[in-house]
Design a protein around this ligand. Structure first.
Ligand SMILES: *Cc1c(COP(=O)(O)O)cnc(C)c1O
Length: 423
């Protein structure tokens, strides 16, 4: 895509021709104290609020006010099977079959519940392989699983690292680790899109490799869900988890998603933690039955879920259904490509994009390393109404989200960055 052009005019023209342009209006865009819309580049951290979210949540508040406990069966979307109303659309977003997907709990909690089932260490095979720049919560989670099973969390953690002076991971290096100690690794747990570099991994390739060596393979897709085409079913992964408050715009701390591959749908022999929501729906309320496992990912639920949060997820997923992740990703390639083009006009010796150049190996986020910069750069951007994310020591992460960010946003971001760097 070398037909990008400099100048505001070009950006405005692209926005005019954008087939998704109407969606920006369906979001609340935060404004500064003068009433100017922020350039919001942190949808990878907390997605903006769709205007229809309030309506969906109000519906549940009303059903609760008017129906009390009867809302479980008589509500507009009855609460007992409420999560089922999310399954199909969530499955589409992550490229899975409905039986493989459930919305429940929160992200790190789901990761633990998946490890209860898929991390089954033995004396000789107990290690967990992760990427070296793993998100801290995931690192703490896998370390605590190692300790929980009586292993040393340093010795048991295997890091897939970038080569010296590089940032991105190479599959050949993963292959070498597995050739060396594949039979000691019980679980491979990778961030599907790395939160720091924005590198989108080949989930199928990693899964195949891991399975060849007898490892279980799971992905944390917090930065992938709603951002890239995940094809979780085809990847063959054993499990995946993700949150809904980043690219899925479902509000701070909202419920998370969980994928368990179809081949486990009826496996009652797997170790797992259970609750009444893992039990057969037909007999759940008889209360005195022997435990009867629900098939599929739903069988990993424990509790009756918070409906208000699910209302927000429903509001967001209804929007994703109208557009499709494929259409969003098409705009991402164009919008993030434009972002990359503009950044590459700036001084090459001070500024460097660490995210992969190949548009199929990234989502909308670019991680930009700025030489000799510190957090003042980020603070100055914020003062100028550009909301970005700073990672010490010198990386700024910006994610133009195809649903609500414009080419003009990207233009203004880079203009501000240029002005600050030229000071
Ligand atoms: C955002 C994010 C988290 C956050 O975990 P919560 O349990 O939702 O607080 C964890 N892991 C990754 C990879 C993330 O991107």
């Amino acid at each position: 895509m070398s037909d990008y052009k400099l100048g505001l005019e070009y950006a405005l023209e692209q926005d005019q021709n954008d087939e998704l342009k109407s969606y920006r209006n369906q979001f609340h865009i935060p404004k500064d104290k003068y009433g100017n819309e922020w350039v919001y580049m942190t949808g990878n951290s907390l997605g903006l609020q769709p205007k229809q979210t309030k309506t969906y949540i109000n519906q549940e508040l009303e059903d609760w006010a008017n129906l009390g406990v009867e809302g479980h069966t008589e509500g507009k979307t009855p609460w007992l099977p409420y999560h089922e109303s999310l399954t199909e659309s969530m499955a589409k977003v992550v490229g899975a079959k409905p039986i493989e997907v459930v919305v429940m709990n929160t992200l790190t909690a789901n990761l633990h519940f998946m490890m209860v089932s898929f991390y089954k260490p033995t004396k000789s095979r107990y290690k967990i392989l992760v990427e070296s720049d793993i998100f801290p919560s995931d690192k703490y989670a896998v370390e605590s699983q190692l300790r929980h099973h009586g292993f040393d969390d340093k010795e048991g953690l295997v890091l897939w690292k970038p080569r010296k002076n590089e940032k991105l991971l190479k599959y050949e290096d993963l292959e070498h680790i597995l050739e060396d100690i594949g039979d000691e690794i019980a679980l491979i747990m990778i961030g599907g899109v790395n939160y720091y570099t924005g590198q989108f991994f080949d989930l199928k390739r990693i899964t195949k490799l891991g399975h060849n060596y007898g490892c279980k393979v799971g992905f944390d897709c917090a930065h992938g869900a709603g951002n890239v085409i995940l094809n979780l079913h085809d990847s063959g992964a054993d499990f995946a988890v993700w949150c809904t408050y980043k690219y899925l715009n479902s509000g701070p701390g909202s419920l998370a998603g969980c994928f368990v591959h179809e081949r486990y749908a009826n496996r009652n022999d797997l170790n797992r933690f259970t609750g009444w929501w893992s039990h057969n729906k037909e007999t759940r309320f008889n209360m005195r039955e022997e435990f009867d496992q629900l098939p599929g990912a739903e069988g990993w639920q424990l509790s009756n879920p918070p409906i208000l949060s699910m209302g927000a997820i429903k509001a967001s997923l209804d929007m994703f259904q109208k557009i499709s992740i494929e259409k969003l990703f098409k705009k991402t390639k164009k919008l993030t490509g434009y972002f990359e083009f503009l950044i590459n006009q700036l001084k090459e010796d001070t500024i460097h994009i660490i995210t992969p150049k190949n548009p199929n190996e990234r989502g909308c986020q670019l991680s930009i390393q700025v030489k000799n910069a510190d957090k003042t750069l980020h603070n100055k951007l914020t003062e100028a109404g550009v909301i970005s994310d700073w990672r010490e020591p010198d990386v700024i992460r910006c994610a133009p989200v195809p649903l609500y960010n414009s080419f003009e946003d990207v233009y203004r971001l880079v203009e501000n960055l240029k002005a600050i760097l030229n000071e």
